[in-house]
Write a protein that binds this ligand. Structure first.
Ligand code: PLP
Length: 446
């Protein structure tokens, strides 16, 4: 039921003089009557799938992996038919498991805008408890989580967000910081190449009420960033200083699960240092959809309001919350992430043995490959990946828990061919861009 003041609005609308029958309305407002032809054009019968088309999109129709042909559709019922098993492009390609799909079938189906859905509310409470925050809010994506959180924190311009120049919020969120929060960004390049330090932040944060200044209201951290860790000790130093200076800290923890699985600290230890965190369910954890933000009750109340304003209020949200819960329990708490880090290290070692090196520390599940004095083009990676039945998107390989040992072996074959292939040592088609350059020019890196 809508709240009572909504019902009275609806009643008023019913008696409004402009709510006349369509023909009377048209004549009184002189709106031309659309011709019968044009109205037919708006109602073209859509092409229906026949059963064989449909089968191609189901588990029954999924093809098995071959050396030549990467699978591009299908379900995750087992590793033979899971298209993610050979897909190194990102951990967003992980596919929901049978237990996640079963959880969807069994979830409650009540309305979350009315805050009545037990599946959603229990997930929110569960994550609030896991992270040591008062409250949590389910959102549809990591982008929605970051942007809602920033908008909730940033109330009155002029205001600025200080963050790592490579951060997701400024490179891959469609300019939302500007359009939604009217904030200026203060991007910094970490001198150590991996993460921002307190000293860099102190040097660039603007703490001033001078009329010329744009004060830093939020420090935004990302952990992990490009697969590299920001150590807990650095987060603690930054956070202590930010609190002393009245600056809010938001953490893009899309992959904070990975940092925890790598032993860098517990979820609570990282999350209690900051005012808000956004955590993704649909990356390494493997849920089909969803992220969550955590913070104080007051922050979450405001975030709920902002989420609604951008169309993120969900009705039967249980279908999103239920598999997300399974993802946290089975993938994260079930300890499946650590083995992906071991596989990533194996890739790093194989590449190093061939004379290459990793561009960023391989602390978790990402391996960024490069070699001295050589740039290997993204199309070359894609092309060689295809040859070995892998999906690759340049020299950044993301290992997730559905990547098989077989896929790792094939990736090493690709490395060997890149190095010693027909065209000679590390010689390949000349690169037009390197990965990061591509990324910064707006080519998505998820
Ligand atoms: C660090 C980080 N934050 C946020 C996001 C955004 O997540 P989504 O794609 O769900 O919007 C991503 C996406 O990969 C990410 O890598």
């Amino acid at each position: 039921m809508p709240p009572s003041h909504f019902t009275s609005c609806i009643r008023i609308a019913t008696y409004h003089p402009l709510r006349l029958p369509a023909t009377r309305l048209r004549s009184s407002l002189s709106v031309p009557n659309p011709s019968a032809n044009s109205s037919r054009r708006l109602h073209i019968t859509p092409k229906r799938f026949n059963m064989s088309d449909f089968a191609a999109y189901t588990a029954n129709g999924a093809k098995t992996a071959t050396q030549q042909e990467p699978i591009i559709n299908g379900n995750a019922w087992d590793t033979q038919t899971n298209p993610a098993a050979f897909d190194f492009r990102s951990d967003v390609t992980t596919k929901p498991t049978a237990s996640m799909l079963a959880a969807i079938q069994q979830c409650t189906l009540l309305d979350d805008v009315f805050m009545e859905d037990p599946t959603t509310q229990s997930l929110e409470k569960f994550i609030a408890d896991l992270t040591g925050h008062e409250s949590a809010l389910l959102v549809l994506s990591g982008t929605m989580g970051n942007q809602v959180a920033l908008r909730a924190h940033l109330t009155t311009p002029p205001h600025a967000v200080l963050c790592d120049r490579r951060g997701h919020i400024i490179n891959y969120e469609a300019g939302g910081v500007a359009t939604l929060s009217q904030a200026m960004v203060q991007p910094l390049d970490p001198k150590n190449g991996a993460y921002l330090t307190l000293e860099e932040i102190q040097e660039h944060a603007v703490i001033s009420d001078d009329v010329h200044a744009c004060p830093t209201r939020v420090i935004e951290l990302e952990n992990t960033l490009n697969g590299a860790l920001m150590p807990l000790s650095e987060v603690q130093r930054i956070s202590r200083w930010a609190r002393e200076n009245g600056i809010i800290v938001h953490l893009d923890g899309a992959r904070l699960w990975e940092a925890v699985a790598a032993g860098a600290g517990t979820l609570k230890e990282f999350c209690q240092e900051v005012d808000s965190v956004s955590l993704c369910f649909s990356k390494g954890l493997g849920a089909p959809i969803g992220s969550i933000i955590v913070g104080s009750s007051e922050f979450i109340k405001r975030s709920r309001w902002i989420r609604k304003s951008i169309g993120g209020g969900l009705r039967q949200a249980g279908v999103v919350a239920a598999p997300a819960r399974v993802a946290v329990e089975e993938t994260f708490l079930g300890g499946k992430l650590a083995q992906t880090h071991i596989k990533a290290k194996k890739l790093e070692k194989a590449w190093a043995d061939l004379g290459g090196r990793a561009k960023y520390p391989v602390d978790t599940n990402m391996v960024w490959l490069e070699a001295d004095g050589v740039t290997i083009s993204d199309p070359r990676w894609t092309e060689l990946g295809q040859k070995y039945g892998l999906r690759m998107m340049g020299g950044r390989l993301v290992v997730h828990y559905q990547i098989t040992d077989e896929a790792i072996e094939r990736a090493i074959q690709v490395f060997k061919e890149i190095v010693t292939g027909e065209q000679g040592s590390f010689r390949s088609k000349d690169a037009e861009f390197n990965n990061e350059d591509m990324a910064l020019k707006g080519k998505g890196v998820e």
